[in-house]
Design a protein around this ligand. Sequence first.
Ligand code: FAD
Ligand code: AMP
Length: 475
Amino acid sequence: MSEQFDLVVIGGGPGGYVAAIRAAQLGLKTACIDMNTGKDGKSALGGTCLNVGCIPSKALLDSSKHFHHLKHDYAEHGIEAGEPAIDVAQMLKRKDGIVAKLTGGVAGLFKANKVTAYHGRGRLLADRQVEVSLHDSDDKVMLEAANVILASGSVPIQIPNVAFDGEFIVDNVGALEFDAVPKRLGVIGAGVIGLELGSVWSRLGADVILLEALPDFLALADTDIARQAGREFKKQGLDIRLSTLVKSAKVKGKEVRVTVEGKNGEEQLTFDRLLVSVGRRAYTDNLLADDSGVKLTERGQIEVDENSRTSVPGVWAVGDCVRGPMLAHKASEEGIAVAEMIAGKPAHIHFDTVPWVIYTDPEIAWVGKTEQELKEAGVEYAAGSFPFAATGRGLALGNAVGMVKMLADAETDEILGVHIIGANASELIAECVVAMEFGGSSEDLARIVHAHPTLSEAVHEAALNVDKRAIHRVN
Ligand code: FAD
Ligand code: AMP
């Protein structure tokens, strides 16, 4: 006998758990199956994001930033603190505490909303039947639902001849757990994860070399922003080697020997630890029975339409296991939209206004089109920019690096993209997302009162500069 639900969600990450809570709020009898296990051996909801992604990486980024400031920046403020030392075990304990609080919080929200949680592996069979292999026993439970959401997330991509060993050659999980600062850290892939985790260990004293196959740095970002980011990271000591393809890596004793093919031909590099961060792939292993009917794309993602419907009626898929950016907030918004559609409400997601953030120092954030995309598409645009160095708040903070760049349609003035590099870019971008979502123009932002002194004044001035009337710069 199968237990009956209105909705069964497979995967308890930001896509799945948010969908389950929203569905329960809307009165649907909901179950969520998640197989992740925390350090205490118990279920740890929240997926990659809460356990080994967004949250622990930000915890370590903040700890390492404090250390870096203490070491390099406090003297300028007249603060003398002697030679600081880092207690890595304490830093990791703090991070684990934050993770435990949040994963426990999701379990609490499930209880409060009456979502039935299963700790185990879910597998979709035919006719929206779901088989659950429980974590704590050999028993299997059968569930059946009018609707099923697949939210199985993603896992790190492995490259040929570079095998993870969990100690010397690691993925994001290992790089969040180093028990000491590696003297020499190699990072394969200068993308978002490589830059963030490379920054953590570099700030704590590691010599970090990032090996990036592509010739362009941060090719997804606006070129002006990527160029400035490259300069800043270099100043911080991050050694970013472009056009450098990693061919193999082997652990020898307590070292990792890496062979790369770069601008100067083949070269050998030696590290104490190697982080492989070359991207992630949709995770669908053992998720679908042969007769489930759910189709995958050529890239191994679950095939969905613009409303997250799979090839099987009543089966939906959201988050990292489907097309679109692998970002937690994109997964969650898809989850909410699907829950609302299942409950018969209108819902949609506007993929054009999903913000991107890289939590380096300076932070990088953007929404909408880059200048190079507009050029390629032949769109006529006007650009305005403003440096944080011309803001009082930036100077008072002692962190006035970077700028805001705004791109607007040359004829209608509708904002087409905003690109920020600088302190708190992750927060500043929200205003621009709202403006774009409402179809706003640069004139709209230019006419809005921004508090003084704040970093948001740079957004205001960039909007004014689209029309070459910024006040605190020569236009
Ligand atoms: P996941 O979070 O991967 O969750 C899927 C869950 O489903 C997992 O718990 C998994 O165990 C479970 N599961 C899979 N298959 C089954 C099955 N058959 N049965 C039961 N359970 C199953 N994004 C941001 O937006 N901001 C950031 O700052 C950010 N930082 C990141 C830093 C790092 C180091 C990493 C690795 C990622 C980061 N991301 C960030 C990306 C973000 O973590 C993902 O986009 C997000 O977690 C995707 O959510 P999801 O629900 O689709 O999948
Ligand atoms: P992201 O998808 O943001 O995590 O970035 C991953 C990065 O890894 C991309 O910029 C890829 O170009 C890079 N990459 C992939 N394979 C290799 C490789 N073998 N050597 C070096 N860089 C790689």
